[in-house]
Structures are given as structure tokens and as C-alpha cells.
Design a protein around this ligand. Structure first.
Ligand code: C5P
Length: 220
């Protein structure tokens, strides 16, 4: 049983990897499974929230009760999230869990790339994707924004710095960079008051603890 800590709240969650095309059949992605983001969406629904999940390609089933919008690219994720932000119904809480590609291929081909007879390889040119979390956090009336960070070292130092740089009240750090695809995780919560470590546990259990932590902070 989970108390209805977010009853009546509208929650938007991003999850999974993004996929950046190189040509119609190839692309660049990452190893995010989407498990943590889906667990957050499920926990928010269980806590009584109305939940929208904007997800990159994953193998996961849509959590019961959650509205899922599937996207491929970071730009599509950005556009859907910003449309949700502009919607009349409003968003109370934004949890950015997605592993968004930092760059897209600027010279993606509309036709499948062919091997060159001379053996030369195609040259990809990258351009930066929008930072969805930072864009939402910079809105005149932002929802309560929660970011995630996967760092391979100096998490305590980088976590707090990232929280301030993205200008979000709560940032969640993954301890260790081996979380991708795993069923359990270890998290540190960074807020203006400092940091709190959550003991290693399953992603669904951690998502419930995170939702409780968000509800506590919203209530203050
Ligand atoms: O800067 P970094 O990618 O480590 O930040 C991670 C956090 O920012 C995550 O919450 C992620 O979902 C979000 N993010 C985003 N848009 C991007 C890059 C990251 O929303 N383009």
C-alpha cells in the first residue's frame, strides 16, 4: 500500500534513451533501459498522480494507469515536453530520468548510406541537442523539477554542482555508473539542504522513496 502523497498532482516523467538517426536504418543511442524512469512513473501513479511518461525506445510495458508518449530523438522529446508545459492543464512535477543524447547527427542522410568503393568512411557531423531539463527549469513558472545524474566519479561534488547548474531543487545521483539495465540502484538526493543517501534497493522501491521525498519537499 502506498499513501496517496501526490493526489491530484500532474507529473511528467522522461525515461529511456534517445535514438539519433544517421540514416533511415542506423542511429546512435545509449544503454539506458528505461527501468528507473518507468519505476518513477509507476510510483507517481500509485501515489495518486496523473502521470505522463515521455519515453525513448525501450522494451518495457507501459505502467498501468500511465499515459505514455513514445519518441525517438531528443528533439522530439523536447518538443513533446514543451507542449505539455504549455498545455492548459499544467504540470506540477517534472522528473527528467531519460538518458538524452547530448548530440545529434547534423548531416544525417535521408537515404541509406552506401559503402564507398574507395573504402572511405562517412564523416558524421554532430550538433548539440537542447537540454530539456534546463529549459523546463528556466521557464517563468516551472513545475517542481527533479534531475538525474550518472557520474563515474566524484558524485558528491559533481551532483551538487549539477543541481545548481541545472537550477533544479532536487537532483538524484546514481552511485556508480553500472546502473544501466540493472534492476537495482543506489541513489543520493541533492537539495539545497545537502545530500541524503538512499540504501541500495530495487528501482521500484527507490522510485517510491523518491516520490515520498518529492512529496515532502513540495509540502514545505
Ligand atoms: O548534464 P547531464 O546529461 O548529466 O544531466 C542529466 C539530467 O539532465 C537528467 O535529468 C537528464 O534527463 C536531463 N537532460 C535533459 N536533456 C538533455 C540532457 C540531459 O533533460 N539534453
Amino acid at each position: 500500500f502506498q499513501p496517496k502523497l501526490l493526489k491530484g498532482k500532474r507529473v511528467l516523467v522522461t525515461a529511456g534513451p534517445t535514438f539519433e538517426p544517421i540514416d533511415p536504418v542506423r542511429g546512435i543511442t545509449n544503454l539506458s533501459s528505461g527501468k528507473m524512469g518507468y519505476a518513477v512513473a509507476r510510483a507517481a501513479y500509485e501515489a495518486g498522480a496523473e502521470v505522463t511518461l515521455v519515453s525513448g525506445p525501450t522494451a518495457l510495458a507501459t505502467p498501468y494507469g500511465v499515459r505514455r508518449i513514445g519518441i525517438q530523438t531528443a528533439q522530439q522529446m523536447h518538443d513533446i515536453v514543451m507542449a505539455q508545459m504549455a498545455a492548459q492543464s499544467g504540470t506540477d512535477i517534472f522528473v527528467a530520468v531519460a538518458a538524452v543524447a547530448d548530440w545529434r547527427v547534423a548531416n544525417a542522410s535521408s537515404q541509406k548510406l552506401k559503402k564507398n568503393a574507395d573504402g572511405s568512411a562517412p564523416q558524421l557531423v554532430f550538433e548539440q541537442n537542447p537540454d530539456i531539463l534546463a529549459t523546463v527549469a528556466a521557464l517563468p513558472k516551472p513545475p517542481y523539477c527533479v534531475g538525474f545524474a550518472a557520474e563515474s566519479e566524484n558524485l558528491l561534488q559533481y551532483g551538487e554542482a549539477k543541481r545548481i547548474r541545472k537550477n533544479v531543487p532536487l537532483l538524484v545521483g546514481n552511485i556508480g555508473h553500472d546502473t544501466f539495465g540493472k534492476d537495482d540502484n543506489q541513489l543520493v538526493l541533492f537539495d539545497a539542504g545537502g545530500h541524503t543517501e538512499l540504501a541500495r534497493a530495487g528501482k521500484q522501491e527507490l522510485a517510491r522513496q523518491l516520490i515520498a521525498a518529492i512529496a515532502t519537499r513540495l509540502g514545505k
